[in-house]
Design a protein around this ligand. Sequence first.
Ligand SMILES: C[S@@+](CC[C@H](N)C(=O)[O-])C[C@H]1O[C@@H](n2cnc3c(N)ncnc32)[C@H](O)[C@@H]1O
Length: 259
Amino acid sequence: MAYKGHEQNRKLWDEIVEIHYNHPDYKVKEFLEGWSSLKPIELEALGDVTGKRLLHLQCQFGMDTLSWARKGAIVTGVDISGKSIELANKLKQDAGIDAEFVCSDVVELIGKIDSKFDIVFQSHGTLIWLGDLDKWAEVVAYYLVSGGTYFIVDEHPISYLFLEEGISYFDKQPRRYSNSHDYCDYDYIWKEESVEWQHTMADIINALIKAGLTIERLEEYNKGYYAVEPDWYEENSYYYPPGGPTPYPLMFSLQARKK
Ligand SMILES: C[S@@+](CC[C@H](N)C(=O)[O-])C[C@H]1O[C@@H](n2cnc3c(N)ncnc32)[C@H](O)[C@@H]1O
């Protein structure tokens, strides 16, 4: 049974993933020529992944997943959108890289993959799509081997307060958005609604602690992973508004370990 709100988001991602796949900003062509979509923060945090089993949650069309595979990891990517998984399998074939892709809601993943993983990874635009952080953290803990690493780099939950008016950091009700501009193709207006959740940093950390993980590192960054507005500029794979680094965090990263 589809989790409330997640089914709507599945429809949205089925609608927009091909736009991203074909958009020059995602650099599929460059990826097929050997370019890696991984950014400095995750590369520094996870280091040498050679031979490690890596589970990538919310992988979209799998370019980050396949980039980890090129670095030597044995990878599995998961996404709720069937269209995304279809394109991930196409990209895997076109690139000639070994990987497994599974179509599933993250919060319903337990039982759909048999293996356990040394690393569970998630990045850039993921937690806002999940309505149940306890369930998410349970899935992360379930799929990690003992001693395994969880790593996420994502939007800082407080960033929305600076980018959007009239919302509270403590909102618990999901927000529904209609007619949003695509973050890649600014001229494309999403036909499907999105359902998004505001989680506090405490919600995120406490869900992981409750699932039995030990938090090892938390970082905050005054730069973004994409251009929120068309006039943002890029420097070393990250994005800044015209005034430069923001006086509030746009991203966070967190590393945790399963005992
Ligand atoms: C912003 S994208 C992820 C970005 C990824 N780092 C990338 O750039 O390819 C968010 C992804 O989360 C997926 N997603 C949303 N809700 C999900 C859920 N409940 N379970 C699994 N995947 C989900 C969407 O289908 C989409 O592919």
